[in-house]
Ligand binder design. Sequence first.
Ligand SMILES: Cc1cc2nc3c(=O)[nH]c(=O)nc-3n(C[C@H](O)[C@H](O)[C@H](O)COP(=O)(O)OP(=O)(O)OC[C@H]3O[C@@H](n4cnc5c(N)ncnc54)[C@H](O)[C@@H]3O)c2cc1C
Length: 467
Amino acid sequence: MMNEDALKELVAAVGPENVMNDQASKYLFGRGAVDSFSGTPDVVVHVTDREQVSKVVKVAYKYGIPVVTRGSGSSVTGAVAPSRGGIVLDLKALDKIKVDVENGIVEAEVGASVLDVDRECNKYGFFFPPDPASARIASIGGALAENSGGMRGARYGVMRDWVLKIEVVLSDGTVTYFGESTYKNRAGYDLLGLMVGSEGTLGIITKAWLKIMPLPEKIIRIAGFFNTLNDAADAIYRIRVRDRINPLILEYTDMEGIKAANAVKGLHYPELPGGMVLVDVDGHAGGVEKAAEKVVNVMKETHAAEIIVPDTKEKFDEIAEVRRVAFTAPGHLYPGFIDGDIAVPLSRVKDALLRIAEIRKKYNVFITTVGHAGDGNLHPNIGADPKNADEWERAKKAAYEINIMAIELGGTVSAEHGIGKLKEDVLLKQFEVRQQMPVYKLMKEIKRVFDPKGILNPDKYALSDQA
Ligand SMILES: Cc1cc2nc3c(=O)[nH]c(=O)nc-3n(C[C@H](O)[C@H](O)[C@H](O)COP(=O)(O)OP(=O)(O)OC[C@H]3O[C@@H](n4cnc5c(N)ncnc54)[C@H](O)[C@@H]3O)c2cc1C
């Protein structure tokens, strides 16, 4: 329970209307999107500007109160669960966006959604490349704290590749800046890079300066449907590596995912054992047709059973929706969802797809595998019923084995969704196998330097003393 004096100081900092301790608020802000981790905060504090963030954190620091920073709560790894109570700090109202065309930059407060930032840039003929499938809800702060990626990652990478500078409130409430709003900057250690992906454990980001790109003239979308996983994986490899096509997106959805998306959305896309490879090529009006032709040729060569090149805006959007819905399908069809987020070297995508199919059989669980195949990033998401002890146990074992498989293939247990609570054990396993325990020791020391009282998102990222 929060001490009375601390509560009074929080109310003085942000006003009584912004400090909520009713059951509904505590329930809603006690969990993320679809994972099974939750907690009960003492209070939910809504802030509207950076000054308020600093004041709230000063109170938390003074009284040693845990602070879980929250963007939109779309985390799928338990990263926003307030496991030790305390404050859930809601930053959604910090949502101002300013496009600086002269400098190719967008300045965004962290509560703005990734999609709103992209749309604001579109008004000026630009776009913001990172595009998590959750862009409609995911906040800029959450996306930075998770180092999120998305479909355009095949070409444009992840949030870390696009951020130049951030405004941060440190654990004692001090406000400072990491980086500069220039495209290049070598002043000091790369602490900006350290903050990106730190999952709210090192500081609270309140504003970001991000690079933007001119919009492409034209995009052609091609979807290939395959009879075997082998053929689909060959197409992915040949497009990205052998034929050096450099697509804007190179996505994969397996048969289970297509079936689920067809069922959920009432669609009729081919439900073939090899699944769907979805490719966007972009560029100047003339060149893009050539790139599209190359993709179609690769798909024919790898025995695609059906190739669809959508010719209307509706079909163009609908086919990407299949990929998006397939990601959440286990959550639609089952009460419990276990997020999968591995990345493997590009040449091992086929091995990973085949091994996931074996693991699905071995544990007899529902898995849809979708992913940003162009990055080697796959999401084998599992659906199961936590109340069915046997099924839930099989699901957890399958998830564990998939992560171990990623490590064995030279990959990683977390590509873009972070560690949170879900991946703590397999993160440590990865560090152990790769001789990175000294790095883990440094991580714990860094955490102590940034957050000596251990109040920022405690019990996450294998950083608590109990981990
Ligand atoms: C349907 C669905 C699809 C998804 N698709 C993708 C995808 O394609 N790619 C991808 O990368 N992820 C994806 N995700 C995961 C998730 O949406 C992203 O991680 C997202 O960027 C999180 O943003 P958020 O605002 O919801 O953050 P939250 O869930 O609120 O927070 C996530 C973490 O960031 C911390 N945090 C939040 N804001 C700040 C801040 N301002 N300063 C410091 N720390 C902060 C939190 O404490 C927490 O640790 C998906 C999730 C869902 C449910």
